[in-house]
Design a protein around this ligand. Structure first.
Ligand code: PGA
Length: 244
C-alpha cells in the first residue's frame, strides 16, 4: 500500500488526478472505475482542466461507476449519472456510450445487477478504480456488515449514509433508501485502486481501514489485501496515522 500525503484538498486532488492521467496517457483504452461524492470532485475538475489544455484524450477510455441510487432517473440532479455528466463526461471527449453506471430505474434490479457484472467482465475488468471512503467505512455503497464477496447488488442504505447524504436533498425523506452498488469482489479485482481521502472527519475511519482488522464492519479494510493500492490523502485525513 502506497500512501501519498498532500497538504490539503487541492493538493490531494492534483496528485490523484496525476495518477489517473498517467493511466490515461499510458493506456488510452483503459477501463476506469469512477466514484461520486464530494471527495473526487477536485480530481474530475483537474482532469477537465488538463483535457482543455489538450493534455488528455478520453476518446478510447471506458468508465464504470461504483453505484447509483435506486429510483432516481438520470435527469434527477442527485442521481450519480447526473453528477458524472455534470462534473466530467460532458466536459471531455469521452463518448457517452463508453460511460456506464448501474441503472437505478431498473424494475428488475436483480437482472440489472447481473447485467452490470457481465458488462464489467465484457470490458475486461477495471484497470484503475477510484474510491472514496464513507464515514462508516463504506466503499461504493457497500455498507458495514455485508459479506465481503458480493457482486453488484441492491443495498438498503445505512442510517449514517442517509444522514450524510441528506445535505444534497431537501430533507431526509427525499434521500433514496436503496442503491445499486458494485460489489467488493469487482472492486478487489480492479488491477489498481486509488483511494482519495480528505479532512479530519475521515481520519479515524481511514486509520481503521488501513491499520485495523480486516472486517465487514469496516468495508474499506478489505483493500489491505489488494496488491496495488495507492492512497492519496491530505494531512488532516492522515492525522491519526504515523507515516514514519
Ligand atoms: P464523500 O463520500 O466524498 O462525499 O465524503 C465518500 C463516500 O461516501 O464514498
Amino acid at each position: 500500500m502506497k500512501i501519498i500525503q498532500a497538504k490539503d484538498y487541492a493538493g490531494m486532488s492534483r496528485k490523484a488526478a496525476n495518477i489517473v492521467s498517467a493511466q490515461i496517457i499510458l493506456f488510452p483504452n483503459s477501463v476506469i472505475g469512477l466514484a461520486t461524492g464530494s471527495t473526487p470532485l477536485g480530481v474530475y475538475h483537474q482532469l477537465v482542466e488538463w483535457y482543455r489544455k489538450d493534455d488528455l484524450d478520453f476518446s478510447k477510455i471506458r468508465t464504470v461507476n461504483l453505484d447509483e441510487y435506486s429510483g432516481l432517473s438520470p435527469e434527477h440532479e442527485q442521481s450519480y449519472r447526473y453528477y458524472m455528466n455534470q462534473n466530467l463526461f460532458r466536459d471531455v471527449n469521452i463518448p457517452m456510450e463508453s460511460t456506464h453506471l448501474p441503472n437505478g430505474m431498473a424494475q428488475d434490479y436483480e437482472a440489472e445487477c447481473k447485467r452490470y457484472d457481465q458488462l464489467i467482465t465484457d470490458l475486461g475488468g477495471i484497470d484503475l478504480q477510484l474510491l472514496g471512503i464513507g464515514h462508516n467505512g463504506h466503499i461504493g455503497f457497500n455498507e458495514p456488515d455485508q459479506a465481503f464477496d458480493k457482486t453488484t447488488h441492491r443495498v438498503i442504505l445505512n442510517q449514517r449514509t442517509i444522514e450524510a447524504n441528506t445535505r444534497f436533498f431537501r430533507n431526509k425523506e427525499e434521500v433514496p433508501k436503496y442503491a445499486l452498488t458494485m460489489g467488493i469482489k469487482a472492486i478487489m479485482q480492479a488491477r489498481k485502486i486509488l483511494l482519495v481521502v480528505s479532512g479530519a472527519d475521515k481520519a479515524e475511519i481511514l486509520r481503521r481501514a488501513m491499520m485495523g482488522p480486516i472486517t465487514p464492519s469496516v468495508p474499506a479494510s478489505i483493500i489491505q489485501l489488494h496488491p496495488d493500492v495507492t492512497i492519496v490523502a491530505d494531512e488532516a485525513a492522515l492525522g491519526r496515522i504515523s507515516l514514519s
